[in-house]
Design a protein around this ligand. Structure first.
Ligand code: 6PG
Length: 245
């Protein structure tokens, strides 16, 4: 599968992403009986979540076999408009009736450092991790900001990992703290799917994909034993030297 696919518009991108999501989940369930997926925040995945919750996707997956997590969260309660969990609950979880036991949200209403600790404990429990072991997601959905951030790993602001799975840090460019999976966790995934749309992402996308020494957080997500796919729209791809045919 080509690591970069360019789609004419966000709807076509969402349709292809829904197909990849379903295929990755079906493979994980077939091989291991269940699928571990980390959802992304931001606006780009909204179309994907709505497609997954609609026919024909909604009937295709046995959602009781899917364990859902988040790549990051803002320090807000679930019903706040900025909540990544709140957005997924509205567009995906509630319409599908995903069992609560399968939903492992970051508790944005708690003090961020505490929320990070609790989420890390939940990851260790849900994956049955041994000390020092990393959770290996079957699929991690990620977006990318115009500055090249992904999840809540921002340029010049990468939280200290030091063996942590989850970090809480103050993001100066956002003027707020964020809770995020750390880079080693993202790099432990079987498959990472970046969804990137919009001309404002073009410069960062070119750097991430065409600058071998890019230090952008999005460019540093390179699973040692997994693959990274970039699904982008034509606007985001406009600065690429060599966009695929
Ligand atoms: C968040 C996301 C963040 C997002 C990018 C792209 O909490 O906002 O985790 O990393 O994916 O900022 O956001 P858009 O999809 O809205 O462009």
């Amino acid at each position: 599968m080509a690591p970069l696919q360019v789609f004419p518009d966000p709807d076509a991108l969402a349709e292809a992403a829904a197909e990849l999501f379903a295929t990755a989940v079906e493979a994980a369930v077939a091989e291991r009986g269940r699928a571990f997926v980390a959802l992304s925040g931001g606006s780009t995945p909204k179309r994907l979540y709505r497609r997954l919750a609609a026919k024909p996707c909604r009937k295709r997956l046995s959602w009781t076999r899917v364990q859902l997590f988040w790549g990051d969260e803002r320090p807000v309660p679930p019903d706040h408009p900025d909540s990544n969990f709140g957005a997924a609950r509205r567009d995906l979880l509630a319409p599908l009736g995903v069992p609560e036991a399968n939903v492992h949200r970051i508790r944005g209403e708690e003090e961020p450092a505490r929320a990070a600790e609790d989420y890390e404990a939940e990851l260790r429990r849900a994956f049955g991790l041994a000390p020092g072991e990393l959770p290996r997601f079957d699929l991690v959905l990620l977006g990318m900001g115009a500055d090249g951030h992904t999840a809540s790993l921002f340029p010049g602001n990468e939280p200290p990992e030091a063996g942590r799975l989850v970090a809480a840090s103050f993001v100066a460019t956002r003027g707020s703290r964020r809770i995020t999976l750390t880079l080693p966790v993202l790099c432990a995934a079987r498959r990472v799917l970046f969804l990137v749309a919009g001309a404002d992402k073009a410069r960062a996308l070119r750097d991430a994909l065409e600058n071998p020494s890019s230090r952008l957080p999005a460019a540093r997500v390179r699973p040692a034993d997994g693959d990274v796919l970039w699904y982008v729209d034509r606007d985001a791809a406009r600065d690429l030297e060599s966009p695929p045919p």
